[in-house]
Design a protein around this ligand. Structure first.
Ligand SMILES: Nc1ncnc2c1ncn2[C@@H]1O[C@H](COP(=O)(O)OP(=O)(O)OP(=O)(O)O)[C@@H](O)[C@H]1O
Length: 252
């Protein structure tokens, strides 16, 4: 483990009932980097990313073994899950703004954490929308419904909502799969900018996207982590035949 390690995962197994969805995963993910998780449908990418803020805890019959450390703290040990989720924010595949105003969406997390003062909320909302590169597009309609803007704008509002609680890590589960190419590029540019301040872990089906923006890439297959390396190596010189078959489109 080096000093930039944010998440350290050791011998992680995850079972849905009798079915083992993750098998002995070992990986370290670094601060100020984008780690892309790739692999064919059903290989366990979403399951894996959800272990990092314990979202799988919500599912009946899930069992997790092994260890995941965030800044050397065992997140499956004795910790406050609410606090964990405020440190490790998440953005989903389909933009999912709450049916309320843009302002209230972004202020939602801070309010839930007890911040009531309008001036502080105003500041947080503005800062978060700016960091999510959407402020200029919505600053004149903060009181309009977040559902009244385009899908790409909704996704950036969801990113602003995640940033408003000042997390350290941003998990993104296929954040652009529901978006058109222009909105996709905006989110990609944004992710590259955000990595200056955050650790970003992103599931993507889009290999060009992984190649364009990630620093490291992890290739999953049937619950196993087959290969993890610098993105350049994974795409130009993979060590494992299965990785090569996948990135050259021979399966998946
Ligand atoms: N709640 C659940 N209960 C039981 N099995 C599940 C559950 N969620 C996922 N699985 C199974 O675990 C395996 C991994 O699923 P997961 O959604 O993590 O894959 P994925 O790589 O993210 O797939 P996709 O790219 O299609 O989203 C699959 O076989 C899936 O059917």
């Amino acid at each position: 483990m080096n000093k930039n390690t944010k998440f350290s995962v050791k011998d992680l197994d995850l079972y849905y009932g009798d079915f083992q969805a993750l098998k002995k995963i070992n990986i370290e993910m670094e601060k100020n980097e984008i780690t892309a998780l790739i692999g064919p449908s059903g290989c366990g990418k979403s399951t894996f990313i959800r272990t990092l803020n314990r979202m799988n805890d919500e599912i009946d019959g899930v069992r997790v073994e092994g260890k995941i450390e965030l800044d050397e703290q065992d997140i499956y040990g004795d910790i406050d899950i609410i606090k964990l989720r405020s440190r490790v924010g998440m953005v989903f595949q389909k933009p999912n703004p709450f049916p309320m105003s843009i302002y209230d969406n972004v202020a939602y997390g801070p309010r839930a954490h007890g911040i009531k003062k309008k001036s502080i909320l105003d500041e947080l909302v503005e800062k978060s929308l700016k960091n999510a590169a959407i402020w200029d597009e919505v600053k004149d309609r903060l009181n309009k419904s977040a559902l009244s803007v385009s899908g790409g704008q909704q996704q950036r509002i969801c990113i602003a909502r995640a940033l408003a609680v000042e997390p350290e890590v941003l998990l993104m589960d296929e954040p652009t799969s529901a978006l058109d190419p222009i909105a996709t590029l905006k989110i990609e540019d944004l992710a590259v900018k955000l990595k200056e301040d955050y650790t970003i872990i992103m599931v993507t089906h889009n290999m060009q996207q992984a190649a364009r923006i990630s620093d490291k890439t992890a290739f999953f297959l049937m619950g196993e982590l087959i290969e993890f390396d610098n993105t350049e190596n994974i795409f130009s010189n993979p060590k494992n035949q299965k990785t090569e078959d996948y990135i050259t489109g021979r399966f998946g």
